[in-house]
Design a protein around this ligand. Structure first.
Ligand code: TXA
Ligand code: MG
Length: 345
């Protein structure tokens, strides 16, 4: 298949809308990561998403909408708290899960009776959703298991030749996927952390819980509730280990390891912050930005993980970030990329 790539423009939106209405696949930017869109109410179109990404068929898709009225067309009930949260946060990096109406095919929800819904805060995305009929299923536009795409070039790397169109509107704002809140539970539960924190959600709706299955390494017997959070994800090809502790000790430890590996004829790489990048003696040092700016770190994380794949390193060492309000979502992604391998000095 020949994949058309076009910069965001009224003509590109029109073309994307036509492809989506005809059951095709269009990748488009959102404020979090690029999404791979298909008509969410067309089971055959949704099936093409799974094939293009190599995504397990039990991993449900998020339905993207462009106005609040659309929500009521696809879910059986909107709890008051969810309505309040939508008013406060939509459009924005928040996905909410509800009981689905029959109009939403099981092919979109991975066989579940619930459906995840999000209204993205990105003009290109909203235009394309409207042009495509108003209900666009869109997972991240990467091959399953690779880091989510934060630019159109990342989408092309993974999916050129297998999808109909890519709409390019530059690099995304946020860089990690939306916060997911499940409203099918008595007490709303966060299934995936993102830019919008538990504290911000709780300030609007009161009590909210974090899925115990996503708190650092899933313990034996606990399973993350969002099917997608169970798969190995975001992972670079080389082994990745996070090193935590006092800054000087971390730099010293990593430099020792780099020297040892070099002695064995092996290539190592370091995921660094700007503050430390001159201190490492590794051949490959890639920075995710300033340690003092976690928004910048989130924005650069997936791009840097992708770049490591091109470096052909045998081993990657990463600095650690605080699991505080701003760093929680970053550490969630980084720990998954590392297969939860972390050395505490
Ligand atoms: O920021 C985002 O949310 C991006 C952009 C494109 O909007 N989309 C995204 O989609 O990250 P995806 O498919 O990569 O991740 C969706 C996650 C998966 O972990 C999936 O298992 C979970 O949402 N999910 C979707 N529907 C669900 C449901 N009904 N119940 C539980 N988890 C659900
Ligand atoms: Mg994804």
């Amino acid at each position: 298949m020949n994949t058309i790539t076009k910069a965001y423009s009224p003509e590109a939106v029109k073309e994307a809308g036509g492809i989506l209405k005809a059951g095709g696949l269009v990748a488009f930017p959102t404020e979090t990561v690029y999404g791979l869109g298909a008509d969410a109410l067309d089971e055959a179109a949704a099936a093409k998403i799974y094939a293009a990404k190599g995504r397990p068929s039990d991993n449900p898709l998020i339905v993207h909408i462009a106005d609040i009225e659309s929500l009521y067309e696809i879910v059986t009930e909107v709890p008051d708290k969810a309505k309040k949260l939508a008013d406060a946060m939509w459009p924005g990096p928040l996905t909410m899960i509800f009981h689905k109406k029959d109009i939403v095919p099981y092919g979109t929800t991975g066989g579940l009776d619930s459906v995840a819904v999000r209204m993205p805060d990105n003009k290109a995305a909203l235009d394309i959703i409207r042009a495509g009929g108003g209900f666009i299923a869109a997972p991240s536009a990467n091959t399953s298991g690779r880091p989510s795409p934060t630019s159109a070039a990342h989408v092309a790397e993974d999916l050129a030749g297998t999808i109909d169109m890519i709409v390019d509107d530059g690099e995304v704002e946020i860089g990690i996927e939306s916060t997911i809140v499940d409203f099918t539970e008595e007490i709303p539960m966060i299934l995936r952390p993102g830019r919008i924190s538990l504290r911000e959600i709780s300030a609007v709706i009161g009590e909210v819980r974090m899925d115990p299955g996503i708190l650092s390494k899933p313990a034996e017997g606990t399973r993350p509730k969002a099917p997608g959070m169970r798969y190995r994800h975001y992972a670079p090809k080389a082994e990745l280990v996070i090193v935590a502790g006092d800054n000087d000790k971390v730099v010293g430890y990593i430099n020792d390891k780099v020297a040892t590996l070099r002695g064995e004829g092996k290539k190592s790489a370091v995921l660094s912050t700007d503050e430390n990048k001159e201190a490492y003696r590794s051949d490959i040092v890639r920075t995710v930005g300033k340690r003092s700016d976690y928004r910048e770190v989130a924005r650069n994380l997936y791009k840097v993980l992708r770049e490591f794949d091109e470096d052909g390193a045998d081993m990657i060492y990463s600095e650690c970030f605080e699991e505080d309000e701003a760093g929680y979502a970053i550490m969630n992604r980084l720990l998954k990329a590392a297969g939860y391998k972390i050395i505490r000095l």
